[in-house]
Design a protein around this ligand. Structure first.
Ligand SMILES: Nc1ncnc2c1ncn2[C@@H]1O[C@H](COP(=O)(O)OP(=O)(O)OP(=O)(O)O)[C@@H](O)[C@H]1O
Length: 298
């Protein structure tokens, strides 16, 4: 299968800053990939290279089978910047008609595009009266012109309310089901984990890991937290039985390595006389993300 995007050992420096080091990444048709990383990790630089806006130093980049910025790539790639800005005096309909004409497409498609992003009712209102979420949707309608095969979205949900986010991801699901690939950057970890196929973590210009949350969880091998609740009046006995734990108001907290989880749980199960309940708390996405982001010396 031809990949929508292939980066091989991509390297890019600005004066004395190495923004990307040896980054290799593939995105398949219909795949939704989230690019995560601290400020300055290299996400925007990677996106600008994919869009053909800036040159790179070494490595190889193929966008829809062509060079970034080539005719083939430009025809099939759509970009949504973080803060899409539009003319406030134009209505949504006028703005999208304008972009359609620029792209050599019939202006009559504007209504359908705005309908698709949930702006059908507001299409004839001026953009100056739109909320931030509505302006993002105008940007998305613009990005959908010409049925793009690769969408590059820079923090597309920042500033959107939960309902707008849900609608936005539902639209991405439809586009991916039709075969479009999505590369988006985000700081909203929980959200991208649930709504994308793969997480890619960049740290100081290096791709430090990629995979599903399950893959990343296994690779990070972070300790698991356990919260053990004693029966009424059995707190002191519980603390004696599990001396490695720490008592707090509601019970006893302890952590163990992944491969000790079953042994620890069976020890706790053996204390059923004094234990009322136990919660197993796996590392959060934030814990995993910090683990990989810091590994490179941050
Ligand atoms: N035009 C430029 N000239 C010099 N250095 C730059 C330039 N653009 C980016 N950099 C540097 O390259 C590194 C990567 O920046 P980049 O903007 O790609 O990161 P980012 O992950 O997109 O960050 P953010 O989340 O803040 O948008 C940073 O150290 C940044 O300061």
């Amino acid at each position: 299968m031809t990949q929508s995007l292939t980066l091989s050992q991509l390297t890019k420096s600005y004066q004395d800053t190495q923004a990307l080091r040896d980054v290799s990444l593939d995105v398949a048709p219909g795949e939704r990939v989230a690019l995560l990383g601290h400020n300055g990790a290299g996400k925007s630089t990677l996106m600008k290279i994919v869009l053909g806006l800036i040159p790179y130093d070494s490595g190889e980049v193929r966008v829809l089978g062509g060079a970034p910025g080539s005719g083939a790539a430009r025809a099939g790639v759509a970009y949504l910047p973080e803060n899409a800005a539009f003319h406030p005096a134009l209505t949504g309909l006028e703005q999208i008609r304008y972009y359609l004409r620029l792209r050599g497409q019939p202006a009559r498609l504007a209504g359908d595009l705005l309908e698709r992003v949930g702006l059908g009712d507001a299409a004839k209102r001026r953009i100056g009266t739109y909320s931030k979420g509505m302006r993002q949707r105008v940007g998305l309608a613009q990005a959908l012109i010409g049925k793009p095969r690769l969408l590059v979205l820079d923090e597309p949900t920042s500033g959107l309310d939960p309902v707008s986010r849900r609608d936005f991801y539902a639209l991405l699901d439809d586009l991916a089901a039709e075969g479009a690939s999505v590369l988006l950057s985000s700081h909203a970890l929980t959200e991208v984990e649930a709504r994308t196929d793969r997480l890619v973590i960049l740290s100081r210009g290096r791709l430090v890991t990629q995979g599903s949350l399950g893959d990343l969880r296994r690779q990070a091998n972070l300790p698991i937290a356990l919260h053990v609740v004693p029966h009424e009046g059995q707190g002191a006995q519980l603390a004696d039985a599990l001396p490695e734990g720490r008592m707090n108001g509601t019970g006893l907290h302890l952590s163990c390595a992944q491969d000790e989880k079953l042994t620890t749980l069976s020890r706790i199960a053996g204390l059923s006389r004094i234990v009322r309940d136990v919660d197993v708390i796996p590392p959060s996405l934030e814990d995993i993300y910090s683990h990989f982001s810091r590994r490179d010396g941050q």
